[in-house]
Design a protein around this ligand. Structure first.
Ligand code: ADP
Ligand code: MG
Length: 241
């Protein structure tokens, strides 16, 4: 238990301790992350910035338990992920972590609704309850009328909004998004981003959102920059346009 920014004691959703990651590229060993520490609290929308190749996606994959760090520890809801079995880790990932990618990655042969229903049914929720939750999420992002359409029949902004609904389907405590609006035109990007941040605050999840867009980043609760393999906290207001 630590003292949160508000001074109350509730537990952080995510703690990273000394996370390092290196890759072998041919003869060379490249070190992408070198001792990343971070704490994320519920209800915080946190931007992850840094130039292309800085290690944002790598950090998101490690945080999302999709990849292992070379060394260092990841605590989700206070649980040290290294102590979990493979099966426990998979379940924790499905239940507690939502992922949104730059390209929606929705299943093309299923409707938007089914794309939000399926992850819930994998965790054992009945179809009726899963559909009710999916419709409520889709409706909340203005997709009630589009729920029965397949991804190819949706606009780019609608696809990303459906992907956000899928990411939140199992009420995760942590939402990870890798340039979720990077593929959209500026106007749609702005709209989707605003909806995303609003949803994060309303649902009390913590979110780590990689973005190139500093104009969007500066409006979030916190901004973390990947700089020379570490995370540097920036004051959102100090970010120049
Ligand atoms: P960003 O998302 O900030 O653009 P990435 O995390 O994708 O950065 O990549 C950071 C660095 O790690 C890059 O130099 C990239 O080439 C390298 N990298 C990422 N994944 C791999 C991998 N699977 N194998 C080898 N190198 C990788
Ligand atoms: Mg990336």
């Amino acid at each position: 238990m630590e003292t949160s920014p508000a001074g109350t004691t509730f537990s952080p959703i995510l703690q990273l301790e000394g996370v390092t990651r290196s890759f072998r590229q041919g003869e060379r060993e490249i070190v992408v992350l070198t001792g990343v520490d971070a704490v994320l609290w519920p209800g915080q929308a946190v931007a992850l910035v840094g130039p292309s190749g800085a290690g944002k996606s790598t950090l998101l994959h490690i945080t999302g338990l999709l990849e292992s760090p070379t060394s260092g520890r990841i605590f989700l809801n206070g649980k040290d992920c290294a102590t979990l079995s493979e099966a426990q880790r998979t379940r924790l990932r499905r239940k507690e972590i939502g992922f949104v990618y730059q390209f929606h990655q929705l299943l093309p042969e299923f409707s938007a609704l089914e794309n939000v229903v399926l992850p819930q049914m994998i965790l054992g929720r009945g179809r009726k309850a899963a559909e009710a939750r999916a419709l409520s999420l889709l409706g909340g992002l203005g997709l009630a009328e589009r729920a029965h359409h397949r991804p190819a029949e949706l606009s780019g902004g609608e696809q990303q909004r459906a992907a956000i609904c899928r990411g939140l389907a199992n009420s995760p405590r942590l939402l990870l998004a890798d340039e979720p609006t990077g593929n959209l035109d500026p106007h749609t990007s702005e709209y989707v981003f605003r909806e995303l941040v609003e949803l994060i605050r309303r649902q009390g999840v913590a979110a780590l959102i990689a973005t190139h867009n500093l104009e969007l980043a500066r409006r979030m609760d916190r901004v973390l920059q990947v700089h020379e393999g570490r995370l540097v906290e920036l004051a959102p207001a100090s970010i120049r346009r």
